[in-house]
Design a protein around this ligand. Structure first.
Ligand SMILES: [Zn+2]
Length: 324
């Protein structure tokens, strides 16, 4: 059997989500009480991991380097530290053991409160580059759900408080009966290309000479292909004919699905929108291959995203293709 490649970062969560069992409150309660159950704490949307040399706030967007780390799971003693409003969220089962995510954000000093040593809350992007394949998928799953619960404490239909149900896979408004489910926002991200060159864009907030694939949220009433064509037209003024889907990535900031495509453009005379982009440049396949292999911008005059982001993978895939 052929080996599967490592999953793209933030995918590959190995937990079985137990969509049916979790509707039974007694089943959930039994797992909350079980000494075998495991709880992954988050603090301000970042996960508890074994200590590394890069704590929250010290990691640039493109970084991946660093020591490997692991998620740190606690037993159900952590439940005594939860605020009443913060219910544990069941991520799923593995070998019969329940795995929950819990939010410790109300605690000012969570590590001290729990008496933890050798662990820290690690920036989510940095952790994704350091965790074993699949663990970052669990991390993304929990982060998106914890964040969604924090943002949906009140019913958008009638403004009354909502309550977590089904171990965190929905929230219910008892006042009007509305049920609210976690959402995922689709984003198209594409390598727009013509002949032997592709055009990448940059945003003002990025490091100098840093370029990435064009991207944007899919609008209402729009297909993936239509969103690709609209975004490329809006951002760089080019017409797309062929759209080819390549791969996707969960992106837990807070809860997007990145849909990676190649977009063939009919010409190469761009007209960059200065509101959407700080600039755009054309790069040959050779230039992209060199930058992907060694991301030091000083060597090539430009940098591209590291492997934590799908942009890296679709840009690399395009550069590996022969000209067509
Ligand atoms: Zn309501």
């Amino acid at each position: 059997m052929a080996l599967m490649p490592d999953p793209i970062p933030f995918s590959g969560d190995p937990l079985w989500r137990a969509s049916n069992e979790r509707r039974d409150p007694d089943w959930v309660e039994a797992h909350l009480r079980s000494p075998a159950s495991r709880f992954l704490p988050y603090w301000k949307n970042n996960p508890l991991t074994t200590a590394t040399d890069a704590a929250v706030g010290q990691v640039p967007v493109a970084a991946n380097a660093g020591d490997p780390c692991e998620l740190v799971w606690l037993d159900n003693g952590v439940l005594h530290h939860l605020a009443e409003r913060d219910r544990p969220v069941l991520l799923g089962l593995r070998e019969g053991v329940a795995h929950f995510a819990v939010d410790l954000s109300p605690l000012e000093e969570p590590l001290a409160a729990l008496g933890l040593e050798g662990a820290e809350f690690t920036d989510t992007r940095a952790a994704a580059g350091r965790l074993a394949a699949g663990e970052a998928g669990t991390l993304a799953h929990g982060r998106s759900l914890i964040d969604w619960h924090n943002r949906h404490r009140f019913c958008p239909a009638c403004s009354h408080p909502t309550e977590s149900r089904d171990a965190g896979s929905m929230r219910k408004c008892e006042a009007c009966g509305a049920e609210h489910f976690p959402r995922t926002d689709p984003v198209v991200i594409m390598v727009a290309w013509h002949g032997n060159r592709c055009i990448l864009g940059r945003q003002k907030a990025w490091a100098p000479n840093f370029y990435s694939a064009l991207a944007g949220f899919i609008d209402q009433g729009e297909t993936i292909e239509e969103a690709v064509r609209r975004e490329v037209k809006e951002e760089v003024g080019l017409e797309v004919d062929e759209v080819e889907y390549r791969k996707s990535q969960p992106w837990p900031f807070p809860s997007s699905l990145m849909i990676g495509c190649f977009a063939h453009v009919t010409g190469d005379e761009e007209d960059v929108d200065p509101v959407e982009l700080d600039g755009a440049r054309w790069f040959t396949r050779d230039q992209i291959r060199a930058a992907v292999a060694d991301p030091d911008p000083a060597k090539h005059g430009f940098g591209v995203p590291g492997p934590v982001a799908i942009a890296h993978h679709i840009i690399k895939d395009w550069s590996d293709q022969s000209e067509s």
